[in-house]
Design a protein around this ligand. Structure first.
Ligand code: FES
Length: 98
């Protein structure tokens, strides 16, 4: 089980943490990963600064946009990469597919 934790403290909330949680939740459901990845919120991670903070297991991460965070999640979580014909908001990725 992989644990993805998104800070929902006030600073990160203002920088888009809520949108990220919604995107992560949708992505995990689309890829049938909800039994492999636990998505949680946390209070302030005490790393307030640029972007919003989140982590995969114990690895601290900071992203400045929702799209950045989604790309990182896709690259780090097995099975979360886009599949051909995936109905997400990033059609440019399909150029890499055979
Ligand atoms: S509010 Fe997210 S690290 Fe402080």
């Amino acid at each position: 089980m992989i644990t993805v934790t998104v800070c929902v403290g006030s600073s990160c909330h203002l920088k888009g943490a809520r949108d990220v949680i919604e995107r992560f939740s949708k992505l995990l459901a689309e890829h049938d990963l909800t039994d492999k990845v636990e998505l949680k919120g946390s209070f302030c991670m005490e790393r307030c600064g640029e972007g919003f903070n989140w982590q995969i297991d114990d690895e601290p991460l900071t992203s400045t946009t929702c799209e950045d965070a989604v790309e990182v999640l896709r690259s780090r979580v097995p099975g979360a990469a886009s599949a051909a014909g995936a109905d997400d908001e990033d059609p440019g990725r399909q150029e890499d597919l055979p």
